[in-house]
Design a protein. Structure first.
Length: 463
């Protein structure tokens, strides 16, 4: 059986306008042209232009309007005016963000722009976003890097903040590839070059909130809180609900890390209200998990379990499966602490399975460490040691230095009585790592003080 592919035609802005004018000239509505072969929506897209459609459908519409398609100039790639190019790029970005990926890709392929035109930066940025959405990280990185190079060659268009946007996306790629140190380098560069009086004003807060996420994952809690605090007095300028929800969630998490558990519940509950109103199930899921963690620390076991189970009731609506890891980890910690060892181990093993399946190094490391804690609490030192060693390997591979330091101390505890040689090795490594972290903290504090004098002078909101 032979398979024939439909021939497609790229409808330019000019052709779309011509068809629209012909329809109106005959007094037809779009609905009047629609039939079993072509829908009103497709006719609307054709008239809008910058749209790829099957040749048979285009011919069908043209025949109804008595237009001779063969005599209409249809270049494969149209040379647009600058205004048309900007409009088309706006539409393409909307399509990509709305996940109309294949339509956007066809339009990008038919988009013609001179190699020495500054709008090439925007073009490469959109190609990068397309590849990012498709999880083709290498191709996405190449496109974002090319976008940055174009801006470097046209410094007069730095106000577009396309370069800062490219660095933001590169940081996300590094993060999803478990290279948090590189993610932080990229996001810091994006923050440094961001033009506050330029375009894409929302981007500054995306960059800052991503920086907080990366610092939190490196357990650089004080630095993360300092960056987050800089954002709160700018809250009235933040238009993105996603950024605001991230701020509430991160603040609650970081307050848990600094043992301010009651205050953490206040931020978590406020974020949950916003997530509920916006119908944002993923952020609501995360906030239930953070709130459950707060109640674990407050030893309010029933509330903690209710929160974590509420999160899991949303799991069918969660597209990012790696988010489940933290919830199972916290639930396992709760069961272990309350003496339900068997169910704790089963729950933590599920967290570890998901961590390996989704290749999330940070969450997997945390799940393995908590599983080791569960075994150690029951004096199962060999099993605890195995979990800790696996967690340590991941921490060292991905520069999770604080986690590595904590795990080294726990490994030393496992070996203290039965394996004095390894006990000494782990203790020495622990102290070396501790010194490195102290030095890094002092350097970071100096840098943060310098940044504070230049940007976003503010204090955290009153509670």
């Amino acid at each position: 059986m032979r398979c024939f592919m439909k021939e497609s035609i790229f409808v330019s802005l000019k052709l779309g306008e011509l068809i629209k004018k012909a329809r109106k000239g005959k007094g037809f509505r779009q609905e009047d042209l629609a039939d079993d072969l072509i829908s009103t929506a497709t006719i609307s897209n054709i008239e809008r232009g910058a749209y790829t459609v099957s040749k048979s459908k285009l011919e069908h519409v043209c025949s109804k309007l008595e237009l001779d398609l063969e005599n209409i100039n249809l270049p494969e790639k149209e040379e647009f005016s600058e205004r048309e190019m900007q409009f088309l790029l706006i539409m393409l970005e909307q399509d990509i963000d709305a996940c109309n990926l294949e339509h956007a890709w066809k339009s990008l392929q038919n988009f013609s722009i001179a190699s020495d035109h500054p709008l090439q930066a925007w073009f490469y940025y959109l190609k990068g976003k397309y590849y990012f959405k498709k999880n083709v990280w290498n191709q996405a990185s190449v496109c974002f890097s090319k976008g940055i190079q174009v801006i470097d060659n046209f410094p007069e268009v730095i106000y577009s903040n396309i370069s800062a946007a490219c660095y933001n996306e590169l940081s996300r790629i590094a993060y999803y590839q478990n290279d948090i140190e590189q993610a932080l380098n990229y996001v810091n560069t994006g923050i440094e070059i961001f033009v506050q009086s330029g375009e894409r004003v929302y981007l500054e807060y995306q960059l800052l909130v991503n920086k907080v996420i990366y610092l939190k994952n490196q357990k650089r809690i004080e630095e993360a809180l300092r960056t987050l605090h800089l954002m709160w007095n700018e809250m009235d300028k933040i238009k993105s609900t996603e950024v605001l929800l991230n701020m509430y969630e991160l603040h609650a998490e970081l307050l848990n890390k600094t043992e301010r558990y009651e205050e953490a519940t206040t931020y978590a509950l406020a974020g949950m209200e916003l997530a509920r109103i916006e119908g944002n199930h993923e952020r609501l899921f995360d906030l239930w998990t953070v709130l459950g963690s707060s109640y674990i620390y407050l030893e309010q076991w029933n509330k903690a379990e209710q929160c974590l189970q509420s999160a899991l009731r949303l799991k069918e609506r969660i597209k990012k499966e790696y988010l489940l890891i933290s919830t199972y980890t916290q639930l396992g910690k709760l069961y272990s602490t309350t003496g339900k060892v068997r169910v704790a181990i089963h729950t933590l093993e599920e967290a570890v399975r998901l961590g390996k399946q989704t290749n999330d190094a940070f969450r997997l490391c945390e799940a393995l460490e908590v599983l080791g804690d569960c075994y150690l609490r029951k004096d199962k030192n060999k099993k605890a040691k195995k979990s800790y060693e696996e967690a340590l390997y991941i921490a060292e591979q991905h520069a999770l230095k604080v986690q590595a330091r904590n795990i080294l101390l726990k490994l030393a505890c496992c070996c203290q009585k039965s394996d004095p040689e390894n006990y000494q090795k782990y203790i020495e490594s622990f102290f070396q790592m501790h010194i490195q972290l102290q030095e890094r903290r002092e350097i970071a504090m100096k840098l943060e003080n310098q940044i504070d004098s230049l940007k976003l002078h503010s204090d955290p909101p009153g509670s």
